[in-house]
Design a protein around this ligand. Structure first.
Ligand code: ZN
Length: 508
């Protein structure tokens, strides 16, 4: 089975921000999940190097344009490397073969009579690089996603794709495929977008205004609308239209933020339908990160969270854990460096790392550096073992992006129960009396075996520290084997490695 997961390709008109880190991390978690289940996986992320916004940012920087684009896309790639995104392919839309295929598909659409040229006057948001209807705007007449930019009046001769004829077909596709858009609130939003007739999609920009893009093959006074060009990366990454892309394409899942639902949920499926390709299998949509108190991040408020700074202060896994654990599926979620640090200290440090350290060090000290051989399990043992296995099993199935926070929280909730079990069983008392020695061995065995299971699941979320923990327990699973969580897979008498502090406390 194949799994093809994509992230949006990000505009490089500024440095990468927390939203970019989030989408790419969630896509990475999905890939690790599918890989653990034995799928053939492919994950792509990357940069959009065309369009007016990039062109203006390059101009403002004073750098030659290609140098600017290389500098910025390098920053994105470094962030994704730092945050441990296991991408198979890093997209650059300036790649000649991508540009060639975009031009080819445009020529095909043009020859088929799908593209028309006409004068258009309307309101335009440079932030979205899209024409807007007045009904798209806020009461103040601004773009809801770019309220500070203002919209401008444009009157231009451009090329358009007639998309209204496909609206009904797309609505039917959404009805027939309830999981096409997930979670359901964004499915409902997409259906609202498709409730009214669709205006023609402008697919060109005059070179007098934008020169950074794919030249239209049938009119060299124009470049391709940046979104039209960018969306096709999802196919050109697969060497489309060459033989062999189909199997991957059938499994395509796009991870996106809610602000680009329209481009991915309306324009892209219709562009695909118009050339006889099927829509992607899945659009997984998430909300946005905002500052504490739900306040939108802005430089002037000083509440912008820089992912690189967070990684430098608390580390990659602290950030990955926070992102995975906290994104609400019904709206926006709060983040700050302080919140990431608190969550790291209280959950990864106090609950998980601390338990590993206590149980493993006790075992090393009392049982000759080894995992003890347990006696018979009692009811307290079975209760904790079953709840751990249940929580861990959440990651042993195919997960969707919207499931990630709940499943991650389940693991930490079960850590609370493991800590309670450890405290109630009090192995430090049991060891004192030869009569309870075997009971002590059982409690330590159960604790270590449960900790192992939790880290096996967490490899999908925080792979670096989970692998480090499993290495300390000397039971690192083989990456290439299908993962089937099971109790008692930690062999008794396993020699434990050095136990180091996995999540050292971080204070200001
Ligand atoms: Zn906008």
């Amino acid at each position: 089975m194949k799994s093809y997961i994509t992230t949006p390709i990000y505009y490089v008109n500024g440095a990468p921000h927390i939203g970019h880190a989030h989408t790419s991390t969630m896509a990475d978690i999905l890939k690790r999940n599918r890989k653990a289940l034995g799928y053939d996986t492919k994950l792509t992320t990357g940069c959009d190097e065309h369009g007016q916004k990039n062109q203006e940012a390059a101009l403002e920087s004073g750098m030659p344009i290609t140098e600017y684009l290389t500098m910025r896309s390098g920053e994105f790639q470094r962030l994704f490397d730092m945050i441990n995104v296991d991408y198979d392919y890093f997209v650059h839309t300036s790649r000649p073969e991508h540009m060639r295929q975009v031009a080819n598909v445009e020529q095909r659409m043009f020859d088929a009579g799908l593209i028309i040229k006409k004068q258009y006057s309307g309101l335009y948001c440079t932030g979205c690089e899209q024409f807007k209807k007045t009904t798209d705007l806020t009461d103040e007449g601004n773009c809801p996603d770019h309220p500070n930019l203002g919209v401008e009046e444009l009157d231009e001769l451009n090329y358009f794709l007639n998309i209204e004829p496909y609206r009904q077909q797309l609505l039917e596709h959404i009805e027939e495929n309830p999981k096409f858009v997930d979670p359901p609130i964004y499915r409902a939003e997409l259906k609202r977008m498709l409730a009214e007739p669709l205006e023609d999609l402008c697919i060109s920009r005059p070179k007098t205004r934008v020169s950074l893009g794919v030249e239209l093959p049938f009119d060299n006074n124009y470049v391709t609308y940046v979104w039209f060009d960018a969306l096709f990366n999802y196919l050109t990454n697969l060497d489309w239209p060459k033989e062999g892309y189909e199997q991957w394409w059938q499994a395509a899942e796009h991870t996106i933020g809610k602000d680009i639902l329209k481009t991915h949920g309306v324009y892209w499926p219709i562009m695909l339908m118009s050339i006889g390709e099927s829509p992607p299998a899945r659009l997984s949509v998430h909300g946005h990160w905002v500052g504490p108190g739900g306040i939108k991040m802005s430089k002037s408020l000083g509440n912008v969270v820089d992912p690189i700074e967070v990684i430098e202060v608390v580390g990659t896994d602290a950030l990955r854990y926070f992102l995975a654990r906290n994104m609400r599926s019904d709206g926006d979620s709060n983040i700050s460096l302080e919140l990431v640090r608190q969550t790291y200290n209280s959950e990864l440090g106090n609950k998980l790392g601390n338990l590993l350290s206590r149980a493993a060090k006790f075992s090393k000290k009392q049982f000759d550096d080894r995992v003890p051989t347990p006696g018979l399990f009692g009811s307290a043992d079975e209760i904790i073992r079953i709840s751990v296995l249940e929580a861990v099993n959440g990651f042993a199935r195919r997960i969707e992006m919207a499931d990630i926070p709940r499943l991650t929280q389940q693991l930490i909730t079960v850590c609370d129960r493991m800590n309670n079990y450890f405290a109630e069983q009090a192995p430090w008392d049991l060891i004192k009396d030869p009569i309870t020695d075997e009971r002590c061995r059982t409690v330590i065995y159960v604790s270590l075996d449960c900790i192992r299971l939790v880290f096996e699941a967490l490899r999908q979320v925080i792979p670096m520290s989970s692998n480090a923990a499993l290495l300390m327990l000397n039971c690192l699973p083989n990456e290439n084997e299908i993962w089937q969580p099971a109790l008692d897979s930690l062999p008794p008498e396993t020699k434990l490695n050095e136990i180091e502090t996995l999540y050292p406390r971080i204070t200001e």
